[in-house]
Design a protein around this ligand. Structure first.
Ligand code: NDP
Ligand code: 8X3
Length: 254
């Protein structure tokens, strides 16, 4: 049996890094991309030492040519693509819709929505050529609810949900599964990227037990290793301490 091959965007930290580690343990070869290439190389060295073939690419998913070039070179060097994990994404700030800086607006929509579409466009031809496979989109509970200051991030993740549902319709009849994994509060670099302030980022998870990156990697492992005729459409996964889809109802011990 040939080893399955997964492409993971945003593999330099958080969910993407954990997904890469988990899939490597599961016997996958990997194509990993992000903008911080040095982090990818450090991760790739560990995964290669444990027996996986790993192709890395310093790549900004907002740049269509970069992600197209990365998917092509990955498929060429690894021998195809079977599983695509569209994970790269971010939130910037907590500004109201009325006053969000244009730079933050562009970065969230360009990364979370356009970058994801570019990743699909770059990868699907290789998945088809490889005989079929699975596309996993990392959405968010922010695709199921909204909160003040989160309007654009929530719009982007509602967009991810719409793209997952549409892809499932458009790919019906082909042996390609489409799953959306939609986490709630998870302690990664997400809040540091959002606030650019360590104390503020730590405060988000203060006194509660957030999800960890490995919890999301386990969801990916589970849906990807089910029999090919079983498609898990959507997983909403939250910390037990988070009652609502937003931060409105969170149990904190201190
Ligand atoms: P991290 O900040 O830890 O990881 C984000 C990853 O995305 C990094 O590897 C980063 O790499 C990559 N990335 C960001 N922008 C780009 C870009 N333009 N091109 C390529 N890669 C990019 O956060 P998480 O792991 O938490 O986030 C992963 C996904 O999960 C995101 O889509 C996020 O919206 C979603 N999510 C997160 C939740 C949370 O609470 N943590 C909850 C729900 C969803 P680099 O900077 O090197 O490019
Ligand atoms: C991240 C979850 O609550 O910060 O997607 O929007 S939240």
């Amino acid at each position: 049996m040939p080893r399955p091959i997964a492409l993971v965007t945003g593999a330099s930290s958080g969910f993407g890094e954990a997904i890469a580690r988990t899939l490597a343990k599961e016997g996958y070869d990997l194509a990993l991309c992000a903008r911080r290439g040095e982090r990818l190389e450090a991760l790739a060295a560990q995964l290669r030492a444990a027996g996986s073939q790993v192709h890395t690419g310093t790549c900004d998913v907002r740049e269509r040519k970069q992600i197209l070039g990365f998917a092509d070179s990955a498929a060429r060097s690894l021998g195809g693509l079977n599983l695509i994990v569209c994970n790269a994404g971010l939130a910037r700030g907590l500004d109201k819709v009325e006053s969000i800086p244009e730079e933050d607006l562009d970065q969230m929509l360009d990364t979370n929505v356009k970058g994801l579409v570019f990743t699909i466009q770059a990868s699907l031809p290789h998945v088809r050529k490889s005989g079929g496979g699975h596309v996993i989109l990392i959405g968010s509970t922010a695709g199921h609810a909204t909160y003040e200051g989160g309007g654009v991030y929530c719009a982007s993740k509602h967009g991810v949900k719409a793209l997952a549902q549409t892809l499932r319709l458009e790919l019906c009849g082909e042996p390609i599964r489409v799953t959306s994994i939609d986490p709630g509060m998870a302690e990664t670099e997400f809040s540091l990227v959002r606030f650019k302030d360590e104390a503020k980022a730590e405060g988000v998870y203060k006194g509660m037990n957030p999800l960890q990156a490995g919890d999301i990697a386990e969801c990916v492992r589970w849906v990807a290793t089910l029999p090919a005729h079983v498609n898990i459409d959507e997983i909403i996964v939250k910390p037990t301490d988070q009652g609502s889809h937003t931060g409105a109802k969170v149990h904190r011990r201190s």
